[in-house]
Design a protein around this ligand. Structure first.
Ligand code: SF4
Ligand code: FES
Length: 168
């Protein structure tokens, strides 16, 4: 579920995400203050990261993320603009990660957000089914569903809306 702090979306990692990252061996980049997690399968190619912090996020460099290019405050500001939560972060604090038994009860809510010229983002507690009512596996609490019809991995968005210049 996306978090909102003072009315602003926050891409700080959730406990559920953190647990799944440990299992799925998600890519991560750390400095002394922050760890940034990157899920390429969720990227919808909005380029917010590239334009927000070009010294940190650079597709022409390997690795493409270098935390040296910005302060932690700037990094957080940019990552909070990633619409699909392909990028999330965890501030490195002294307290340990809370145990999963302490998870807050599920709200049972889902949010659907239509992105301009892009996919529909769904976050929260939802069940995705195909036309036969069979469940479709989702690995994350946030998914992007294709609206342009050009994705090679439908029903999910693969960023093709940018290539075809989808407008809606
Ligand atoms: S979806 Fe997120 S990671 Fe992908 S380009 Fe946009 S801001 Fe960057
Ligand atoms: S909306 Fe992203 S590939 Fe179709």
């Amino acid at each position: 579920m996306p978090k909102f702090i003072s009315g602003k979306m926050s891409n700080e990692v959730t406990r559920d995400e953190l647990e799944s990252f440990e299992k799925d061996n998600i890519k991560r980049y750390s400095n002394e203050e922050i760890t940034v997690y990157w899920r390429p399968g969720l990227c919808i190619h909005s380029a917010n990261c590239l334009t927000g912090s070009p010294l940190v996020f650079n597709m022409n460099r390997r690795p493409w993320i270098s935390l040296k290019g910005a302060t932690t405050e700037e990094l957080i500001k940019t990552i909070d603009t990633c619409p699909s939560r392909a990028l999330v972060y965890r501030k490195i604090r002294e307290e340990p990660i809370p145990p999963s038994e302490n998870k807050p009860p599920s709200s049972g809510n889902a949010t659907i957000r239509i992105l301009k010229d892009g996919p529909a983002l769904i976050s929260g507690d939802f069940l995705l089914q195909n036309s036969e009512k069979q469940p479709i596996e989702t690995k994350s609490g946030t998914i992007a569903l294709c609206r342009c019809g050009s994705s090679a991995k439908k029903p999910f968005c693969d960023g093709s809306h940018v290539r075809i210049g989808f407008k809606d």
